[in-house]
Design a protein around this ligand. Structure first.
Ligand code: ADP
Length: 451
């Protein structure tokens, strides 16, 4: 146990003041904060008063008070003669960290402990020795001085409380001000947000309206194309028939010029019929009236049919048509007629734009998808036109090297059909080297469309 910093005896009422005063001095010397100094001093004077009331201290050795530091705790050990009146010690537990009271036949032992804050200067052995000397040297003040001191402490405490209250009031005012600012900002932001929302809603409404107009315009265009094409088909077919009749050997003979002109009429009408048919096909595909007839399609059968029909087309003598059958089983859930139309279209184009080499059709399966490719060694398509060839009526400037004509409607139609079948149509091409068109189709058909 360390040597006490201070040792005192309490015998009379006047000693209570001294214990109180000296206790506060010790508390200050070891580094307790101001309020804690006052707390400890109050606890000491309460205990002093209790001991005086409860027993006669004037006769014996009095009550001994020892102040001792066991870092980081300041202990006050009190020893007094046995209690006589047996009153309870005062309830001052809140003023110190710990307090124990032990009443026995040889007397009363009380220990009060208070923790020294870490912010206090370190209490080395030297430091404690110096404190001990200082405390021994300083004389205790008179009870009057102590009273004056207490009053002073009270005033300081009051001053501090007032300062705290003022600070609190100031903080409250600031908080209120800030709150008002935040509310104002919130109101402004809410207003702006509402305004923006209204704008967005209006914009969406306009967008919806425009979309509806666009849809209506597109439908009107499709209807118009379908009607016009349909109406044109009968007269154009009649013109072709009449031209054939005029050319027929059983009709009146024509002059050479007339025969030539009638031939031109027939050719032009045939061209017109092709255009009308293509337009009608596209209008049908766009209007949604084409509904695929879903079935299990054998690609080998489709390829076989195309090999026969397309080869019959007049092709350039230096171009070979190669149709490679996929390995069986080559099944896809699709519409055989639409699929044949798509591939025929691509094969025709390949033959139309190739003067040497080959046009080759192949099929590969990677599990979920079929890739049907039509690759040619023809003129190719410039990069800038590769997207545009899927637009209606677009044709790459320069025309076909084989002299064949077209309408610019074949690829948009093919793409539309591929989409209907749940797939996609893409092109890769290098001018002068050739083009490859790829139809990607899901093996199981369009999910939901195959039911
Ligand atoms: P059309 O062949 O009747 O002109 P398409 O829609 O089928 O119409 O094709 C549009 C254009 O795309 C063609 O005019 C041609 O310029 C280009 N094109 C299509 N296929 C090929 C091909 N295999 N090689 C080169 N150009 C092609």
């Amino acid at each position: 146990m360390t040597a006490p910093l201070l040792h005192m005896i309490l015998r009379t009422e006047a000693d209570v003041f001294v214990v109180r005063q000296r206790g506060r001095e010790v508390a200050a010397a070891v580094g307790l904060e101001r309020q804690d100094q006052v707390r400890l001093a109050t606890a000491l004077s309460e205990i002093g008063r209790y001991l005086l009331n409860d027993r006669d201290l004037t006769a014996g050795a009095g009550a001994e008070f020892s102040f001792r530091v066991e870092a980081p705790i300041l202990h006050v050990d009190i020893a007094a003669s046995p209690a006589q009146r047996k009153t309870d010690p005062p309830h001052i537990g809140r003023l110190v960290d710990e307090m124990t009271v032990h009443d026995g036949p040889d007397g009363t032992r009380i220990r009060m402990s208070r923790r020294i804050p870490i912010s206090a200067p370190a209490l080395t052995a030297d430091h404690l020795a110096a404190l001990r000397d200082d405390l021994a040297a300083s004389a205790p003040r008179t009870p009057l001085d102590e009273m004056a001191g207490q009053n002073e402490q009270l005033l300081t405490a009051l001053e501090e409380t007032r300062a705290h209250r003022d600070e609190l009031a100031r903080l409250n005012a600031e908080l209120e001000e800030t709150n008002r600012g935040v509310m104002a900002l919130y109101a402004q932001l809410s207003g702006e947000l509402e305004e923006t929302n209204r704008g967005v809603v209006a914009l969406y409404a306009e967008l919806d309206e425009r979309s509806a107009q666009l849809r209506a315009a597109s439908e009107a265009k499709t209807r118009f194309l379908a009607n016009v094409s349909h109406e044109l088909r009968a007269p154009v077919t009649a013109v072709i028939g009449l031209a054939r009749l005029l050319e027929d050997s059983s009709s009146d003979p024509l002059t050479t010029d007339q025969a030539h002109q009638v031939k031109l009429i027939g050719l032009s009408a045939a061209e017109l019929l092709r255009l009308v048919n293509d337009l009608l096909d596209l209008a049908k595909a766009e209007s949604g009236t084409i509904v695929p007839d879903w079935a299990e399609v054998d690609l080998r059968a489709v390829f076989g049919e195309l090999r026969g029909t397309v080869r019959a087309m007049a092709t350039h003598p230096d171009v070979e048509l190669v149709v490679l059958d996929p390995e069986p089983p080559a099944l896809v859930r699709s519409d055989a007629v639409l699929l044949a139309q798509i591939l025929r279209n691509l094969l025709h184009n390949g033959l139309k734009f190739t003067v040497a080499g080959e046009v080759r059709m192949t099929a590969d399966n990677d599990g979920d998808m079929w890739s049907l490719r039509v690759a040619d060694t023809g003129v190719g398509i410039p990069e800038a036109s590769q997207d545009r060839i899927f637009e209606e009526f677009y044709q790459v400037p320069g025309g076909s090297p084989t002299g064949a004509t077209g309408t610019g409607l074949g690829l948009p139609y093919a793409k539309r059909l591929v989409t209907l079948l749940g797939g996609g149509l893409t092109v890769e091409s290098r001018p002068g080297e050739g083009s490859t068109f790829t139809v990607r189709l899901p093996v199981g058909g369009l999910s939901g469309g195959s039911a």
